[in-house]
Design a protein around this ligand. Structure first.
Ligand code: 5GP
Ligand code: MN
Ligand code: MN
Length: 328
């Protein structure tokens, strides 16, 4: 039996499903989990969909958003757990416990660093987003892609392609998007919400974060910092300010942009972005993180924000020396 047939058999024969994605869910996570939630509900299955902490309100327009559960709201067992857009078990945070409460784990992802932790692993590192992988699976399994499901998949694809401009966008991506648009979704509204919309407090946060900008390696590398105090002062959440790390990457001279974000006492989440050629995933992997060549992340604990910044710049300098040796 190939993976598609196995998947079909599982969906047809089982009844109790759970769906989850990585911590701090982004547009691909939210769109993927809710597309599958809507699909399984349409098939009359029992489904619980989980997010760690609070689901980002930015995605409240997606059907099923208000049915998302917190892990503390359930101790059920499931026949099958779908883990979407998540490279490894630890990226599930508090939701990791779901792995012990299911008979089958299906891991569907597009991270090249995925460690294949599922019983069935469907990993396509060429796909722009998990939304793109799911679209193909739904089509191949002859499931109906309703307008609600199309809104979710469109959200996934727009989010992970940065509005169809990153190099992970392919002609196939655009053909899928064309099919999604044909279901009658309000694609201009969704695009605007994901790519452009910010709150007033989000704009105030952008001003604070950009004031921390530092430039290294003749302008090729730049960092910005986001502290919990800034969020409190602006009474905002990070997602109200859009993708802050993109601001650093988009500076003309910059190849590598870094956002260092305080998430807890002595705990920092790092976001890396590169513009054209630098492999930021390799830096993230050194700290137990992962991701893609041009977008990666990790968490660093028990160091000060300044120590972390210095260390990361040193790592990047070393990697740059190697890169130059290989390419000259
Ligand atoms: P972001 O900077 O938006 O949080 O993440 C960029 C990319 O790297 C995303 O594809 C995300 O899933 C991945 N990523 C971020 N942090 C981690 C991490 O700690 N571990 C792994 N494996 N991947 C991460
Ligand atoms: Mn993601
Ligand atoms: Mn993704």
């Amino acid at each position: 039996m190939n993976k598609l047939e196995e998947l079909k058999k599982i969906i047809d024969s089982l009844n109790n499903f759970a769906i989850v994605s990585h911590t701090s869910p982004d547009g691909d996570s939210m769109g993927s989990i809710l597309s599958l939630y809507n699909l399984l509900i349409d098939l009359n299955k029992n489904v619980d969909v989980f997010v760690e902490g609070q689901a980002p309100y930015k995605f409240s327009y997606l059907s099923g958003f208000y049915n998302i559960k917190n892990i503390s709201q359930s101790n059920s067992r499931y026949d099958c757990l779908f883990v979407l857009d998540c490279g490894d078990e630890d990226r599930l945070g508090e939701c990791k416990d779901l792995l012990n409460r299911t008979d089958i784990i299906i891991n569907i992802d597009h991270h090249i660093t995925n460690n294949s932790f599922g019983n069935i692993n469907i990993i396509d590192a060429k796909a722009s987003s998990v939304g793109e992988i799911l679209f193909e699976l739904y089509k191949n399994l002859n499931y109906k892609i309703t307008k609600e499901i199309a809104e979710c998949l469109y959200t996934s694809i727009v989010s992970d392609t940065g509005g169809f401009k990153f190099s992970n966008t392919s002609s196939k991506t655009m053909r899928i998007v064309a099919d999604l648009i044909d279901t009658g979704i309000n694609f201009t509204n969704i695009y605007y919400r994901i790519m452009d919309l910010k709150t007033l407090n989000g704009i105030k946060l952008i001003s604070k974060v950009t004031s921390t900008l530092k430039i290294y390696l003749d302008g090729k590398v730049a960092t910005m910092k986001l502290t919990k105090q800034m969020l409190e002062e602006c009474q905002t959440k990070e997602d109200e300010a859009g993708e802050l790390v993109n601001i650093v990457r988009d500076i003309e001279s910059v190849e590598v942009g870094i956002l260092i974000k305080e998430v807890d006492i002595d705990t920092y989440k790092i976001s890396f972005r590169s513009k054209d050629y630098f492999d930021v995933k390799d830096i993230a992997l050194k700290y137990g993180g992962g991701g893609h060549i041009k977008a990666a992340g990790c968490t660093i604990k028990n160091k000060s924000i300044d120590e972390i910044e210095k260390e990361l710049i040193d790592e990047i300098k070393k990697a740059w020396v190697k890169y130059n040796e290989w390419n000259n």
